[in-house]
Design a protein around this ligand. Structure first.
Ligand SMILES: C[S@@+](CC[C@H](N)C(=O)[O-])C[C@H]1O[C@@H](n2cnc3c(N)ncnc32)[C@H](O)[C@@H]1O
Length: 282
């Protein structure tokens, strides 16, 4: 029985290469050689859920592209969704003390909306962290804030839109005063209060595919996402995001990421041990 199960879940090198190609071509994610164990571990439960005879059968079905629900599940289990509130202190210090106050001031002066995009938002902690800062810095502007959170995975976006976090999740990066001010207890944990949830719009699309219509942004966060992409996809992404930034619009990448290796027209701003990029004033 065990042996039968083993062969059912065996991954040939050819099938692994197919998974690598599909992930890379359809969502830009680069799956390194040596990650065969990850494919076996993460896809095996789906073999039974979707009633395939074997891992090979599942991968073949992905290849002929007949089941979009299956593809969604596969991307969901193979993508890395790690995130937490106020992830990495330095960039959030810079956002709190420099970037967001400047954006709020400009919005007050012009009377227009504040638009922010958390690209690859996972379960929403990054987008809600920004919403909390804006509510602290300029509560009078809250009704004029639009934060778009986007991801390729429907599952994480569902969690993000509910805004319910378990005890373990609110213990990562969130102070008790922010927890008490911006969340309310619910049966399964803590839910972000409605005033913050109403700033949010969640959108499902692949950063490596066709994008829906998006507004001009004051701030785009693309943090801990590019690291999973091939260099060509990263370069393309930077080229597509830049024109979506307003004059003086800011672009923030992950602490371990940089635009240094890529051609771009943005100006680098470093302060408080963090770096972001800004559309230069003309
Ligand atoms: C590691 S999380 C980063 C979450 C958050 N930005 C942070 O820094 O904490 C990366 C997210 O990017 C998403 N992602 C990966 N490839 C994507 C793609 N092609 N299009 C959109 N989202 C993608 C994943 O589903 C995952 O939720």
């Amino acid at each position: 029985m065990r042996k039968e199960n083993q062969s059912k879940m065996t991954l040939s090198q050819e099938d692994f290469s197919l998974v690598q190609d599909m992930l890379s071509q359809r969502v830009g994610i680069s799956l390194a050689a040596g990650k065969e164990y990850l494919v076996v571990n993460r896809l095996s439960p789906l073999v039974d859920t979707f009633q395939f005879d074997s891992l090979h059968g599942l991968i073949h079905s992905l290849q002929i592209g007949s089941n979009s629900n299956l593809w969604d599940e596969v991307v969901d289990v193979l993508a890395v969704h790690e995130t937490f509130f106020f992830r990495d202190q330095a960039p959030f210090q810079q956002l709190e003390k420099d970037v967001l106050p400047a954006i709020c001031k400009e919005a007050e002066r012009t009377g227009r909306k504040i638009t922010i995009w958390s690209a690859g938002c996972s379960t929403g902690q990054e987008a809600y962290s920004i919403a909390m800062l804006l509510a602290e810095i300029a509560p009078q502007l809250s009704k004029r804030v639009q934060i778009i959170g986007s991801d390729v995975s429907s599952k994480v976006l569902q969690s993000a839109s509910e805004g319910v976090y378990r005890k373990f999740e609110v213990s990562r990066g969130l102070s008790s005063s922010r927890l008490n001010r911006f969340f309310e207890p619910v049966e399964s944990g803590w839910q972000v209060k409605k005033n913050l949830r109403s700033m949010m719009e969640w959108k499902k699309f692949s950063l490596a595919g066709t994008w829906p219509s998006l507004p001009q942004f004051d701030l785009v966060l693309l943090r801990n996402v590019m690291v999973y992409f091939q260099p060509a996809v990263r370069e393309q992404l930077i080229k597509r995001i830049t024109p979506l930034l307003r004059p003086n619009g800011r672009f923030v990448v992950g602490s371990a990421e940089s635009l240094m290796a890529y051609e771009h027209t943005l100006q680098t701003v470093s302060s408080m041990n963090a770096t972001h990029y800004v559309v230069p004033q003309t």
